[in-house]
Design a protein. Structure first.
Length: 64
């Protein structure tokens, strides 16, 4: 019976390069998404706290 579960060194290096590139791309997309989300709506309140969201609540109440 042939053992197909092993990789030779060249295949292992190719898999490692593909895995590293994929992981780096995933992390890069996640960082960009977090930066954009932070620019849209920061999840740590500023000096005035969450009072800056009062305008959003007033607008939604007015529109409904």
């Amino acid at each position: 019976m042939v053992d197909n579960a092993t990789l030779n060194e060249e295949e292992a290096k190719e898999f490692h390069n593909t895995f590293t590139s994929s992981a780096t791309g995933f992390v890069a997309v996640a960082v960009v998404a977090h930066v954009l989300a932070w620019m849209w709506r920061p999840w740590i309140p500023g000096p005035e706290g969450y009072a800056s969201l009062d305008l959003v609540n007033q607008t939604l109440t007015f529109l409904s």
